[in-house]
Design a protein around this ligand. Structure first.
Ligand code: FE2
Ligand code: FE2
Length: 212
């Protein structure tokens, strides 16, 4: 991040928060890449998790923020929360269209809501380790999506493609925030490693339910 960006967006640690109004009309095909239903629904399944996963991440870092001492880190956390907030709101708009086509997805959503509600009973260290772990996993995912973007999005619906790519690129912009926060508050290696494994598999498992 350049000093210029930090000066332009000091309240969010230099992280740029973009409110992008994606448009999804009723006629959008859930198979948004014509001829590639499997890939389309894998991404749809992931989209379905976002309005449950990302509010959980935001809530976790907001709680942890109270214990953070480093000013730059505090500003970064504000940038993290603002970007994640925009992400899940746009996914929710797309998911509403998906549910018009597949009403049973509401059951999957109900299950996710219950799971993330249960996670609230876990310790802050556990929730922050999950958050840092999931955020770490998104790095590899983004690299793959960007490198293979012509193959994965070449002839696809531009609004869904843009939603996914915008989201994942912003993930790289705040990639270190949850990790830094975890390190600042706890720093223990093994709980964070468990968070990486658990967080990644849990989100993949939740996505798979929607995909199926
Ligand atoms: Fe996000
Ligand atoms: Fe993120």
């Amino acid at each position: 991040m350049s000093a210029h960006e930090k000066t332009l967006h000091p309240e969010t640690g230099g992280i740029v928060v973009r409110a992008i109004p994606f448009s999804f009309d009723e006629k959008i095909n859930p198979v948004w890449y014509p001829g590639r239903p499997e890939w389309s629904h894998m991404a749809n399944g992931a989209s379905l998790t976002m309005p449950y996963l990302e509010p959980f991440l935001i809530k976790t870092v907001r709680e942890a923020l109270k214990k953070a001492s480093n000013q730059q880190l505090k500003e970064d956390v504000h940038g993290f929360m603002a970007q994640e907030g925009n992400h899940f709101q746009n996914h929710r708009r797309y998911n509403e269209i998906l549910k018009c086509h597949y009403p049973k997805l509401a059951d999957v959503e109900e299950e996710m809501a219950a799971e993330y509600k249960n996670f609230q009973a876990k310790s802050l260290r556990w929730r922050l380790a999950y958050t840092a772990g999931f955020e770490t996993m998104t790095m590899g995912m983004t690299e793959w999506l960007i490198e293979a973007r012509r193959d994965l999005f070449g002839n696809a619906d531009p609004s869904v493609s843009s939603l996914i790519l915008w989201h994942m690129v912003e993930e790289t912009e705040h990639k270190n925030v949850a990790y830094d926060l975890y390190e600042d508050l706890y720093g223990s290696y093994w709980p964070r490693t468990w968070g990486l494994i658990y967080g990644s598999f849990h989100v993949a498992w939740a996505s798979r339910k929607g995909y199926k």
